[in-house]
Ligand binder design. Structure first.
Ligand SMILES: [Zn+2]
Length: 790
């Protein structure tokens, strides 16, 4: 049972909640005018005076802290001035000790619930079995997800240490559950025992979740004989260790320097600034270090092709043992897949994914290649102009064009192009996109397309982990509060550098029993104090809580206001797309809520939201100068977007090549990686030269492709979602990016379902394209066709 693995995957890119049903406080905000809400958001980020005043008003509201005061007294932490309400208003989380207590109690109740589920074989228990599995999973996920978050973002090292310990402890328990035969056997009866007839009493969502868990059990090798099981465990553990090692080694260079022979260079190849860091041999040779800033500077500025090539190859190469490690990792994966009855690892990894099999994936990628090629050629033509006059043919054929631009020419030619454009100096666009302006722009957009506003909330003592965190409630015009977001966006030492969306608590329907404090599987503190709940259509739901973590630095304009580049704006929109998926998913079971859906579908909402940040109408609708309040000139936005789009087709083409390599390495196209003659680098160079464009036939780059381990045959996912997103955009939002009708459709056909409905069915309804519902090769072709720059 990968109950928890499911959650970890969703945390790619979860909290507790207090018991206040703050629908009432929220509605008062709804009545304020649009602009007032937007202004408030701007100031909450951009003016510390305003924020302090806003947050202080809270001290007059003592009710919530008084209610829980005795609890905090007993936990004896944070006794300074005000009592802490605990991280995310979860009263356990007032201290590292409290986190441990939360983990221990959760584990204790999870064990009790497991025993109960195994012992009770009555019909009643069979009928509620999937719901109980989901509850069990939620109990563990709430701790594990929380620990994942604390490890990545909490500034207090004792908290981080406690999170690491709790994580390890619960993770181990999860592995026990994943291989629990009694749990598996009962699930088998519930789903597939025709005589018992339980299946027909279940909801469609329960059946989906049951089947997902069933296949996860099987993937954990639950029904193997002892010897095979033993082999499975050994292989899995080797793969995990070797994979980790592989990823740790990707930055180790093949060599620290390269040598340029006297005959290979001449005066003028190296600019004086770079020359200082290069050692000149007595024989006239050069030794160039392959670390720091220098090699990259030379790739941009050195007119000598041989030097650029040697540097580029060195930067993209790894020591031989890294390639050997990759080969053995791939071969163990292939053996593991065979053990599981699959022909290769790609088949094993893809069987429950949206793309289904590697034929579909390869067909999709080939479709993209055909579609991208003409545009890539245009971009190459543009670059070609910058070769020094006389060094290349004047009117090359396409083939000559492709053959003459090699990977080590790209930066050099691009830099020349950028320098030639510099005459039309662009105004600094970041000044129009202060952090507050961007978040308020998001709220404005969400209100327009989904009827959802982000309402800033005052913080309670101890609710957040850093003074720069802001809390927002997502409030719908129709349904009131739908979820809670914590935005932790500013740079802090020790924080994860990667922007990420963490689920701290998933949306889920709560049974009456769970709300009863006498229920034996509840924690000692009442459920409603550790999660915030909301009643919708007579049913009680756990409200989703997420945390968005970015690491934005302050800008240079002395104002202390953080201003974002368009790329950073797009990143925030991307992460907010994940957040909206979490907020708007409304499923009864947490295993399929919001972002807990197929790996190759989960990026659709985020990529689609990112597209809004690349649309000049959207950017112009909220971009405002941080000082003067002047709206951003559309012309300026357009110019910046255009320059951001430079070489975008080449970029995508490069991604397609990587995704194809990932398929081949994992067995697509009958490639036998267990064969002793298998040559990982040979295969890579072959693929590169077949595809010709910017072909690398020299380096050992696959040893640097860490996603080969972490994605394992799923690297295409991002491209697939980009292609789907492009279709959704052109069908729904291109004409009017503020359309409520389009937003409602996207919400109702995609976001709401989380992982509880086949993504192809979701898409066929969303795009009114019946042929998509089957999710076959034709559907994949439909997606790759006319996909644009992605
Ligand atoms: Zn993402």
């Amino acid at each position: 049972m990968k109950l928890v693995i499911r959650s970890l995957r969703a945390a790619i890119r979860s909290p507790f909640v207090n018991s206040r049903r703050s629908l009432t406080t929220s509605t008062s905000h709804i009545q304020t005018s649009n602009d007032a809400n937007e202004d408030e958001i701007v100031k909450i980020f951009d003016s510390s005076d305003y924020w302090n005043k806003f947050n202080q008003q809270q001290s007059s509201d003592k009710t919530a802290s008084n209610q829980t005061a005795s609890i905090f007294d007993s936990l004896n932490f944070n006794s300074s001035r005000q009592k802490s309400v605990g991280l995310f208003c979860n009263p356990y989380l007032t201290s590292p000790k409290g986190l441990k207590r939360f983990a221990e109690e959760s584990l204790d109740r999870a064990r009790a619930l497991t025993n109960h589920m195994i012992e009770d074989q009555s019909e009643k228990s069979m009928k509620s079995y999937i719901k109980e599995l989901d509850r069990l999973s939620d109990m563990l996920c709430r701790v594990i997800d929380l620990c994942e978050f604390v490890r990545a973002a909490h500034p207090n090292s004792s908290f981080v240490k406690a999170a690491e310990q709790c994580h390890a402890q619960l993770f181990e328990h999860m592995n026990v559950l994943n291989t629990s035969k009694p749990l598996f056997v009962k699930l088998q009866k519930v789903l597939y025992d025709g005589k018992l007839g339980i299946r027909k009493t279940l909801s469609q969502e329960e059946i989906s979740v049951g089947e997902l868990l069933y296949s996860d059990f099987k993937k954990s090798g639950i029904d193997m004989d002892d010897a095979t099981g033993e082999q499975f465990v050994q292989l899995s553990s080797y793969i995990a260790t070797a994979g980790q090692e592989f990823n740790n080694n990707i930055t180790i260079p093949q060599s620290n320097s390269i040598k340029i022979e006297p005959s290979e260079w001449e005066e003028g190849d190296i600019n004086p600034e770079c020359s200082k860091s290069i050692s000149h041999g007595f024989d006239g040779s050069l030794t160039i270090p392959i670390y720091g800033h220098l090699p990259f500077e030379l790739l941009r500025s050195c007119p000598n092709k041989i030097i650029r090539q040697k540097i580029w190859v060195a930067l993209h190469s790894v020591p031989e043992n890294q390639t050997a490690l990759l080969t053995s990792l791939l071969s163990c994966r292939a053996i593991l897949a065979k053990l599981m009855g699959c022909n290769n690892y790609a088949e094993y990894a893809l069987q429950d994914k949206m793309a289904r099999n590697s034929n579909n994936v390869v067909g999709f990628l080939r479709g993209l290649i055909n579609d991208l090629q003409p545009e890539v050629l245009k971009e190459l033509k543009m670059l070609y102009k910058y070769f020094p006059p006389g060094s290349v043919k004047e009117n090359p054929t396409s083939e000559e064009l492709v053959n003459s631009i090699r990977p080590w020419d790209r930066e050099y030619l691009l830099t020349k192009h950028i320098l030639s454009q510099k005459s039309s100096q662009n105004e600094d666009i970041t000044q129009y996109f202060s952090l507050g302006t961007v978040v308020s722009g998001l709220s404005k957009l969400f209100h327009s397309i989904y009827g959802i506003k982000l309402i800033p909330q005052k913080l309670k003592p101890g609710e957040v982990w850093s003074s720069s965190v802001r809390r927002f409630d997502a409030v719908s015009d129709k349904d009131g509060k739908v979820g809670i977001m914590y935005l932790d966006l500013l740079h802090r030492v020790g924080k994860t550098p990667h922007p990420a969306h963490f689920t701290v608590c998933c949306s889920r329907m709560l049974d009456n029993a769970e709300l009863d404090s006498k229920d034996p599987f509840n924690l000692s503190l009442p459920t409603t104090s550790t999660v915030e709940t909301v009643v919708q259509k007579g049913k009680t739901y756990q409200l989703p809580v997420i945390s968005l973590v970015c690491n934005y630095y302050g800008n240079k304009n002395n104002s202390g206001i953080i201003c974002l580049t368009l790329e950073q704006v797009a990143t925030l929109f991307h992460e907010m797309g994940h957040a909206m998926h979490s907020m708007l998913g409304r499923t009864a079971l947490h295993n399929v809520s919001g972002t807990r859906c197929q790996t190759d579908f989960v990026e659709l909402p985020s990529i689609l939201h990112e597209t809004f940040a690349r649309d000049e109408r959207v950017l112009a609708s909220f971009g405002k100068h941080y000082e003067t309040g002047k709206p951003v000139p559309t012309q300026l936005v357009r110019k910046h977007l255009e320059s951001d789009r430079l070489l975008t087709y080449c970029e995508t083409f490069g991604q397609v090549k990587m995704a194809l390599l990932d398929q081949l390495y994992h067995g697509a196209g009958n490639c036998d990686v267990t064969d002793e003659a298998f040559d990982a680098l040979g295969l890579y160079h072959q693929l590169e030269s077949n595809l010709a464009i910017l072909a690398d036939t020299k380096s050992s780059w696959p040893g640097k492709f860490g996603h080969l381990y972490s994605y394992g045959a799923l690297y295409y996912s991002y491209l697939l979602d980009r292609a789907i997103s492009a279709k959704v955009w052109s069908n729904l939002f291109q004409e009017d990016p503020f359309s409520r009708e389009a937003g409602e459709k996207f919400k109702n056909e995609i976001l709401r379902w989380g992982g509880s409905r086949d993504p192809w069915v979701c898409l066929s309804k969303l795009l009114n394209a019946k042929e998509l519902a089957k999710g076959d090769v034709k559907a994949m072709e439909f997606i790759s066709k006319d996909s644009g720059p992605l």
